[in-house]
Design a protein around this ligand. Structure first.
Ligand code: NAD
Length: 359
């Protein structure tokens, strides 16, 4: 890890550290020499995600909407990576606006706690959903979402995007008025081991795993996305923590674009599952054309994502096929694709990542 020296001995808190991305980030910070505290309520994150590192991190089970809990989470931390959120894929965020609105509260409480604790820097996990949806309605192959495109009049993607936008603006206000340092990482559709079925790539792998035929794809299949593998998300987040400040926003994204249909075909090829693809335009699909510009990240972080979609899908499918129970997954899949997934009880997971059988 190139940023190893920077993190050596540093006290860091990862809110939502038991999450899909947070658990990988916590492990990488630990490997880079940081003293890691994870604060999570296990509402979608899971203790099983932490099992490979549980003995080496301080794990606090807390609801961070409670100011006392947020204070305990931030106490003594030089860096706070704020990833905790009511979050899921398209199926979740479109059908759970009230839960997503809770992120407004969560972010305010955590940012205030970090300020009061004298935290040196907050790294805020924001999202591509802060970008104006009007820029993403029609295919425009040359239009890539650049960091400065988020501005008035704002037009974020649903309540989830609105809350992330308010989190960004709140962090910037604290930077400007109170001297809290901060960085905004705008994650574009991440995937990889531990990602839930509410996200398209893992939903498709789950459909292949359970033998679905026809193989349902939400929307027309022509929606464009730039999927980024979780290891690249983690590396870029750590580099952003190390190199950026002052409320700077940066896309954590790849410029490798694919339609959802192409991704479905890749999943079928990778898993060897033969099925007829059936598109379903009645299901939630999100913007038609979401394509990231990664130039600022290349320049400021000196980093280009290393794992392409073919390799990322291969690794993710391998993880999925070795950790899930087929019959249970088949029974639960309709629910899993619209819920947050994870949580303390994951009955469909037969093994932890370290090979241990989960409780
Ligand atoms: N996965 C993506 O593609 C993606 C894209 C854009 C942004 N993000 C953001 O990145 C972060 C991590 O995403 P993820 O995919 O790992 O999501 P996730 O759902 O796995 O993680 C959210 C974590 O926050 C925890 N949490 C939720 N509410 C909490 C509360 N009140 N108190 C304490 N903990 C709480 C959950 O238990 C979970 O561990 C989130 O902020 C998410 O909004 C993710």
């Amino acid at each position: 890890m190139s940023s190893g020296g920077f993190f050596e001995g540093r006290r860091v808190t990862v809110t939502g550290g038991a999450s899909f991305i947070g658990s990988h980030l916590s492990a990488a910070l630990l490997a880079a020499g940081a003293r890691v505290r994870v604060a999570d309520d296990y509402s979608s994150g899971s203790p099983a995600n932490l099992s490979p590192i549980l003995a080496d991190v301080e794990a606090l089970e807390l609801d961070l909407r409670d100011p006392d809990a947020a204070r305990a989470a931030c106490a003594g931390a030089e860096l706070v990576f704020h990833l905790a959120a009511a979050h899921g894929g398209r199926g979740y965020i479109d059908s759970h606006p009230v839960q997503c609105a809770e992120n407004l509260l969560l972010d305010q409480v955590v940012l205030r706690a970090a300020l009061r604790a004298g935290t040196g820097k907050v790294v805020f996990a924001s999202s591509a959903c802060v970008y104006p949806t009007g820029l993403q309605r029609v295919p425009a192959p040359d239009r890539k979402l650049r960091e400065e495109m988020v501005g008035p009049p704002y037009e974020p993607d649903g309540m989830y995007g609105m809350a992330k936008l308010c989190g960004e603006l709140s962090l910037r206000s604290l930077v400007a008025e109170h001297g809290l340092d901060g960085v905004i990482c705008r994650y574009f559709t991440a995937y990889g081991p531990r990602c839930s079925e509410s996200h398209a790539i893992v939903a498709m792998i789950a459909r292949a795993f359970t033998g679905a035929d026809p193989f349902e794809v939400w929307g027309t299949g022509e929606q464009v996305r730039t999927w980024i593998y979780v290891d690249d998300v983690v590396r870029m987040t750590m580099l952003a923590a190390q190199r950026l400040g002052g409320g700077q926003a940066v896309n954590v994204a790849t410029e490798e674009r694919h339609t959802v249909r192409e991704a479905a075909e890749l999943v079928l090829r990778t898993t060897g599952h033969r099925a007829r693809i059936r598109t379903n335009p009645d299901m939630p699909t999100g913007p038609m054309y979401r394509s990231a510009d990664a130039a600022l990240a290349r320049r400021l972080l000196g980093y280009t994502p290393q794992v392409d979609l073919a390799e990322g899908v291969r690794r993710t499918a391998e993880w999925y096929y070795t950790t899930r129970d087929r019959d249970l997954t088949a029974r639960l899949l309709d629910r899993l694709v619209v819920e947050r997934g994870g949580g303390r009880d994951e009955p469909w997971r037969v093994q932890g990542d370290d090979g241990a059988v989960a409780p």
